[in-house]
Structure formats: structure tokens, C-alpha cells
Design a protein around this ligand. Structure first.
Ligand code: HEM
Length: 148
């Protein structure tokens, strides 16, 4: 019980960093970068945030799966969409996969060719990853009532 609470606190701290960092990027840095047509504003933020952001995402996955197992939502039950709790965990895993797809698109297709004419492409990715993060947070908040 105490261990679960400790793991939950790590999960919440990691969620704060992951979602907070992306909201900061989407609300403060992205509009300035779009207005000035300057991709470096985004690239500089990403360079500074990358290590912290990626480690908090890794912690979210480890602690999330740990807590899901504590509640009996094990790998064999994922994606069955039967109980309220398992439904939320399965949707979170699908949204996590969508986050990976966005990261792959950004790293391999968008960032290497980013310039002032195609800056809107990275805006689409930033807004998608931020919205997915907020959706995961809202879904997480339903779990204390048994999920959806
Ligand atoms: C961006 C990623 C994520 C965010 C922002 C996030 C956010 C949250 C939040 C805000 C809570 C609410 C805790 C509470 O109400 O006390 C929560 C709970 C939870 N999350 Fe996540 N989460 C993420 C990823 C994951 C993943 C990948 C899993 C597992 C597959 C997961 C599994 C859980 C579980 C099982 C709980 C319930 C813990 C409890 O109430 O004891 N989460 N999450």
C-alpha cells in the first residue's frame, strides 16, 4: 500500500513534467516561433527538455504498468475493453503508442528538414503530443473512481 502510494507520487511528478513541459512549449514557445518564423526557438527548447522529458515518459510507463499490475490489470487482460479500469489502461497504452508515432515523425521526418517555410509541421506534432498528454492525465484522473 505504502509502496503503491510512493509509485503513484513518482507517476504524478513525471506526469507534471511531461504534460507541463509540453503545455509550456505549446502555449509559450510555439506561438512566438510561429510569429517570428524561427524554428530555433522550438529546437532550443527541445534540446534542453529532451533528457528530462524522455526520462519522465519512461517513468510514466514503468510506474503506470506497475500500478496497473497492482490493480490486477495484467498484460493478458490489456485491450479486452471489459472492465472500466482496464479500459482506461488500454486507452492509455494506445495513446502512448500514438505519442511514439509522433516522436518518430518528428525525429526522422520533420526536425531534420525544419525551416521557416515548413514550421507548421512541427506545430501539428507539438499540439498532438500535448493534447495526447492532457488526455492521458484526464484518463488517469478517472481511475480513482474505477475508470470509464
Ligand atoms: C503521458 C502519460 C501519462 C500521464 C500524463 C498520466 C497521468 C496520470 C494521472 C494524473 C493519474 C491520476 C492519479 C490520481 O488520480 O490519483 C494517473 C493514474 C494512473 N495511471 Fe497514468 N499517466 C500516464 C501514463 C500511464 C501509463 C502508460 C499507464 C499504464 C499503462 C498508466 C497507468 C495509471 C494507473 C494504473 C493509474 C492509477 C493509480 C492509482 O490511482 O493508484 N498511466 N495517471
Amino acid at each position: 500500500m505504502i509502496l503503491h502510494h510512493f509509485v503513484l507520487i513518482i507517476h504524478l511528478l513525471a506526469a507534471t513534467i511531461w504534460v507541463g513541459g509540453h503545455l509550456l512549449l505549446a502555449i509559450c514557445y510555439l506561438p512566438t516561433a510561429l510569429k517570428k518564423k524561427d524554428p530555433h526557438i522550438i529546437l532550443n527548447f527541445e534540446k534542453k527538455f529532451e533528457a528530462l522529458g524522455m526520462s519522465s515518459l519512461a517513468l510514466l510507463i514503468i510506474t503506470g504498468i506497475w500500478m496497473a499490475y497492482d490493480f490486477g490489470v495484467t498484460m493478458e487482460t490489456w485491450f479486452a475493453f471489459k472492465s472500466g479500469f482496464e479500459k482506461v489502461v488500454s486507452i492509455k497504452l494506445i495513446l502512448l503508442f500514438c505519442t511514439f508515432i509522433c516522436a518518430i515523425c518528428a525525429q526522422f521526418y520533420v526536425i531534420p528538414n525544419l525551416n521557416e517555410t515548413n514550421i507548421k509541421r512541427i506545430a501539428v506534432i507539438i499540439i498532438s503530443v500535448t493534447s495526447i498528454g492532457v488526455a492521458m492525465l484526464v484518463l488517469g484522473s478517472t481511475l480513482r473512481y474505477g475508470g470509464i
